[in-house]
Design a protein around this ligand. Structure first.
Ligand code: FAD
Length: 472
């Protein structure tokens, strides 16, 4: 049997693996990518892409309630989650086809099957047609994550679902849903499910987004937007067991109290997925939370093996996985090395309002010895936002009072996920605020509020010189 040889092999085709394969091949390397399940990983098939498709539909339904005052009249619109599932499925299939086509056109070698290390440079692939073995100089572990369930709770198809099962299998029948979890995914689904026509009981352990760095103002804006739609988390319900006998589902807490519904969605976190990878045949180790142990350049303890994305954690989002891929390929091919800097990778929440943030929050800035000044501009007077009937939210920038260095930023409101790129791409943080005020803007646009927030830093905190330059 002849063994194929590769410069770089990537295990897992999520955003991290896909991006690494594309970049490696564009830069002249012979690359292979191995996928055991569906091309595109969690993000494309069961995460970011279908979730954003649903968020868009949810926003349309919410906005349709105000159509009449804009002069759009007719019968009221309601959500149909089963149809919304079919819509996201079509979008996902279209994107997947184009992803796979692009990889093939670039000349990436695609293997369908489960990759397992035989030793640091030999990988066995168990596919539908049997075993294949490849030899590789370098490997990138991009095996992602899998849903975590509360202790003693098991998933039951059609009744007790993870988000993976919801996107893989479809929406179960029944309109009453118990949603468990107050993290990013739970907070997004609470809004999306409600707009798509479900009656949602939302059970959370700690307050929604408690473990994120969003400012109290951002969390309050989201809470108010959810409350306006009658979406309220029920805090302090600790799940003890779930009964699935009969038609519905009953969830019990440790006091013996129960809540009943047609089905349950558990958004209770995710853990790194490394099962069956054969790591025992390499020097790669896991930390005590099960993440692949790496240094800041994403090198594992085995020379020639790197790890990226959810497999490395602890931040588990596609933006981090994409950034990791870029860093590893850059470091493999360049003398000047880059380090992982999660602080400057954007974080997003797509719920009743969009939240986006990057950089330090107030507390981290103070801990680092900066004197943070706040620049603020609300969308409530933005001509673009008013014309869109969607003026909730604001831009909040943090800058160092002495140097005028941009320390971090937060955007709350429509298109926050797009606007955050203006901060992500502002380059040298010492020059970032000047770049923002000198940006040639489109008027009227939401982006203008970034300029306005920067100007308030000059007006209120005496940062004119750092932002506009010295006056002759
Ligand atoms: P993954 O996307 O998990 O891909 C890993 C791939 O590796 C999988 O396809 C798996 O089958 C494959 N694999 C594993 N082991 C092997 C093996 N031994 N051999 C071959 N293949 C293997 N992030 C955002 O940034 N924005 C969002 O809006 C967002 N929304 C989300 C919504 C939901 C409901 C969920 C669940 C997640 C969301 N995320 C979002 C998180 C995002 O999906 C993940 O952070 C991202 O997919 C991680 O990318 P990855 O490349 O590390 O791995």
């Amino acid at each position: 049997m002849s063994t194929s040889n590769y410069d770089i092999t990537i295990i897992g085709s999520g955003p991290g693996g896909y991006r690494a394969a594309v970049l490696a091949t564009l830069r002249g390397k012979k690359a292979a990518i191995i996928e055991k399940q569906t091309w595109g990983g969690t993000c494309l098939n069961r995460g970011c892409v279908p979730k954003k498709d649903w968020h868009e539909t949810a926003k349309w339904i919410e906005q349709s309630r105000h159509f009449e005052k804009r002069g759009v009249v007719g019968s009221a619109l309601t959500g149909d989650m089963a149809q919304a599932w079919r819509h996201q499925h079509q979008v996902v299939e279209t994107v997947r086809t184009s992803y796979v086509d692009y990889l093939k056109r670039l000349g990436v070698h695609l293997y369908n099957g489960t990759g397992r290390f035989l030793d640091p440079q030999r990988i066995q692939i168990q596919g539908a047609e049997g075993l294949t073995e490849i030899h590789t100089e370098t490997t990138i572990i991009a095996t992602g994550s899998a849903p975590s369930l509360p202790a003693g709770i098991a998933a039951v198809p059609g009744k007790v679902l993870t988000s993976d099962m919801l996107y893989d299998d479809g929406v179960p029948s029944g309109d009453r849903v118990i949603l468990v979890g107050g993290g990013v995914i739970g907070t997004e689904f609470a809004y999306i499910f409600t707009q798509l026509g479900k009656q949602v009981e939302w059970l959370v352990h700690s307050p929604s987004l408690a473990h994120t760095q969003y400012s109290p103002q951002a969390k309050d804006a989201l809470k108010a937007a959810l409350a306006a739609l009658n979406i309220h988390p029920q805090a302090g319900f600790k799940i003890a067991r779930i009964e699935t006998a009969g038609d519905g589902v009953k969830i019990f807490n440790d006091q013996g109290e129960s809540v009943q519904s047609d089905w349950v969605l558990l958004a209770t976190g995710r853990h790194a997925f490394t099962e069956g990878l054969g790591l025992e045949n390499t020097g790669v180790t896991l930390d005590d939370r099960g993440f692949v142990r790496t240094n800041t350049m994403l090198e594992t303890e085995e020379p020639g093996i790197y790890a990226i994305g959810d497999a490395v954690g602890p931040i588990m989002n596609a933006n981090q996985a994409l950034s990791d891929a870029q860093i590893v390929i850059h470091n493999l091919l360049s003398k000047e090395k880059q380090e992982r800097d999660p602080l400057w990778v954007p974080e997003l929440v797509y719920s009743a309002v969009e939240l986006a943030r990057i950089g330090m929050d107030d507390e981290a800035a103070e801990d680092q010895g900066f004197e943070p000044a706040v620049g603020f501009a609300a969308f409530e007077t933005s001509p673009r936002a008013l014309g869109q009937d969607d003026s909730t939210g604001f831009v909040r920038l943090l800058a160092d009072m002495d140097s005028g260095e941009l320390l971090g930023g937060e955007i709350v409101g429509r298109d926050a996920g797009e606007l955050i790129h203006l901060l992500a791409s502002s380059g040298d943080r010492d020059e970032a605020l000047r770049k923002i005020v000198e940006t040639r803007v489109n008027h009227p646009s939401r982006a203008e509020e970034l300029v306005n927030a920067t100007e308030t830093l000059a007006a209120r905190w005496g940062l004119e010189e750092q932002i506009f330059g010295t006056t002759d």
